[in-house]
Design a protein around this ligand. Structure first.
Ligand SMILES: [Zn+2]
Length: 203
């Protein structure tokens, strides 16, 4: 098991200890929500919630750029768009700490550097597993690829639903939000932009 994976819930060994003040904070929240943190079903909940939050936010423990450090420079003259489509991800909104669940499409037009395709998803998860807003997540993924692969252009489109909208507040299930960030040729050239968006399934 890599250190980036969370602890196995069924394995009593290897569970990281949770400091008392963190557990107390969760007990306070349970009380605030209207329940009794001392009742049997909730006794282990504070520690579980605390460990779950470490896992949701594991992205703070890594620099996502690390996934782009191993590049392949022999691209065999390939000069077309590289696209990873429909990458599922989960994040949490920084305003309500509520789940953001969605999918991302990440594309770039390489110059002379490409990465293993799964690395694009790892970059996404590195930024998603933090407290986020969707706009910043989109921009951070695009900027990271821009900075480390120096491609001719990057296009990132994220579609996600926000539990803070669907489960509370205006309670509008089914609503999703789309954000995009395009750079380089995808920003400057309308034809390239149209091509990448149509490969992603838009337009
Ligand atoms: Zn929110």
């Amino acid at each position: 098991m890599s250190s980036l994976e969370g602890p196995d819930e069924d394995d009593p060994r290897g569970k990281p200890p949770v400091p008392d003040d963190v557990q107390d904070a969760i007990r306070t929240l349970i009380r605030w929500a209207g329940d009794d943190p001392e009742r049997e079903g909730l006794l282990d909940t504070p520690a579980r919630v605390a460990r779950a939050w470490k896992e949701y936010c594991i992205g703070y423990e890594e620099d996502p750029a690390i996934h782009l450090s191993r590049v392949f420079e022999e691209v065999g003259g390939y000069d077309e768009i590289v696209l990873l489509k429909d990458i599922p991800f989960q994040s949490h909104c920084e305003h309500h700490m509520a789940p953001i669940i969605g999918k991302a499409h990440i594309a770039y037009l390489p110059t002379n550097r490409v990465v293993g395709i799964s690395k694009l998803a790892r970059v996404l998860h590195g930024f998603a597993r933090r407290l986020q807003i969707q706009e910043r997540l989109t921009a951070e993924v695009a900027q990271c690829i821009e900075d480390h692969l120096e491609p001719r252009g990057v296009a990132v489109v994220i579609e996600a639903s926000h539990a803070c909208m669907t489960a509370r507040g205006v309670r509008t299930p089914g609503v999703s939000m789309t954000t995009s960030r395009v750079t380089g040729c995808f920003r400057e050239d309308a034809r390239s932009r149209k091509e990448v968006l149509s490969l992603m399934g838009f337009a």
